[in-house]
Design a protein around this ligand. Sequence first.
Ligand SMILES: CC(C)(COP(=O)(O)OP(=O)(O)OC[C@H]1O[C@@H](n2cnc3c(N)ncnc32)[C@H](O)[C@@H]1OP(=O)(O)O)[C@@H](O)C(=O)NCCC(=O)NCCS
Length: 163
Amino acid sequence: MQHVGTIRIRPTNAKDAEKVATFMRRNWGSERVVSRGRMYYPETLPGFVAFIDDSTVGLLTYEIRNSECEVVTLNSSSEGMGIGSGLLEDVRKVAISAECKRLWLITTNDNTRALRFYQKKGFRLAALYPNQLEKSRLLKPEIPLAGMDGIPLRDEIELEVSL
Ligand SMILES: CC(C)(COP(=O)(O)OP(=O)(O)OC[C@H]1O[C@@H](n2cnc3c(N)ncnc32)[C@H](O)[C@@H]1OP(=O)(O)O)[C@@H](O)C(=O)NCCC(=O)NCCS
């Protein structure tokens, strides 16, 4: 029987920058993220990292501005074990402590797993930005034309939960 250790989550710190950049390259093929026309470098953002034993199994990065908290990236490398939920719970606590009015994020039209996950966690669909990926590709040409499950990658979808 395979032993799976407990999931541990801690805030990222300045020493994690290279780990975050490597995690981004592995999971998204790039160190940078475009959301609503803004470029982000997740290794410069606050975040949380999840471990099982000594392995990094999840990462969330966020930005707080204008009394709102945006989840900029969320990744779990062992799905269905509660890693995504744990990371989301920790950022929700930070956002509440910072007196944010809402927690929000952008996902893309191809990401049906994320749409399922976030809605089950209480997020509501807040906005649709049709063809936004065309604009994002001007800033970040490495964004592929086809996304998850071979679905054309075209639109941004904003999800939110009030705090
Ligand atoms: C979306 C994503 C972050 C979810 O992460 P995850 O670690 O699989 O999330 P969780 O394990 O917390 O929850 C997923 C499911 O597992 C279930 N689960 C939670 N704990 C569990 C456990 N201990 N054992 C088994 N299942 C569990 C949850 O109930 C949930 O199932 P449900 O949706 O039927 O309720 C992950 O799929 C991912 O990294 N996707 C690729 C990157 C991505 O798309 N990120 C979002 C971009 S906006």
